[in-house]
Design a protein around this ligand. Structure first.
Ligand code: GSH
Length: 232
């Protein structure tokens, strides 16, 4: 077993110590860096979790619209050319849900990540569902209703109607998951940040969640948090 303190940060490679350490090293010195885009719900979720955990960080805005995600320097950090990316010293991580789990592990005492197998599996269920399902109609509606008009193009009305139906069907799933509980796992966890951030652009996209009372009440609870307000 490595000693966390004696190992030091230089030469640390996350893939070499897999299975040998229960927790990643705590960041003792280096400032966390977030490659960020204000408009992005996935970057928002990371900002909100950083604030919730009170972890100091600096943001590096990436001008995705002007090709900032496609420079060789940025592609070396994230070959997908997308935001967010977290840099913790030499450790570079993309995929927002992986990032927020990592951050929660840096401060386990905050309790945003359960330890037991079943609640952890439930948390993963919601994180995978967010990136694999719930985000899809939202990002495609953003293309139709925001990005196309910005480029002087008309949205595809048939596609908008079908994406809106998908959004409503999936929001019913979320509503069911939240019925009878304050947060997805009962108590607040990174799953709430992941899912609620997906709903940040709902008003610009003309999406109404008032037919989903558990979702509407939960979003209000999330929006009332200081961390949420700071991430805005
Ligand atoms: N599954 C990824 C999605 C990342 C993503 O789609 N980011 C968008 C902003 S929300 C982006 O950078 N898009 C730029 C592009 O597609 O070129 C995550 O959760 O981090």
């Amino acid at each position: 077993m490595y000693s966390i303190l004696s190992q030091g940060r230089q030469g640390f490679r996350d893939h070499q110590v897999w299975g040998k350490m229960r927790y990643p090293l705590r960041r003792l010195t280096a400032m966390l860096k977030l490659y960020d885009l204000n408009l992005s719900p996935n970057a928002f979720k990371v900002r909100a979790v950083l604030h919730e955990l009170e972890l100091p960080f600096e943001t590096i805005p990436v001008d995705i619209m002007q090709g900032g995600g496609q420079t060789p320097e940025y592609l070396a950090k994230n070959p997908n050319g997308k935001v967010p990316v977290l840099e913790d010293g030499e450790f570079v991580l993309w995929e927002s849900n992986a990032i927020i789990k990592y951050l929660a592990r840096l401060k386990p005492e905050a309790g945003l990540l359960p330890e037991d197998a079943r609640p952890l599996a439930r948390l993963d269920q919601w994180l995978f569902w967010q990136s694999g399902h719930y985000y899809t109609p939202i990002i495609n509606l953003a293309v139709e209703k925001m990005f196309k008009p910005m480029a002087g193009k008309e949205p595809d009305a048939v596609l908008v109607a079908s994406l809106t139906q998908d959004f409503l069907r999936l929001t019913q799933v979320l509503n069911q998951g939240l019925t009878g509980r304050e947060f997805l796992l009962g108590r607040i966890s990174v799953a709430d940040f992941a899912l609620a951030s997906t709903l940040v652009p709902r008003q610009q996209l003309g999406l109404d969640i008032s037919a989903f009372p558990a979702v509407a009440a939960w979003i209000e609870r999330m929006e009332a948090r200081e961390s949420w307000k700071k991430a805005k």
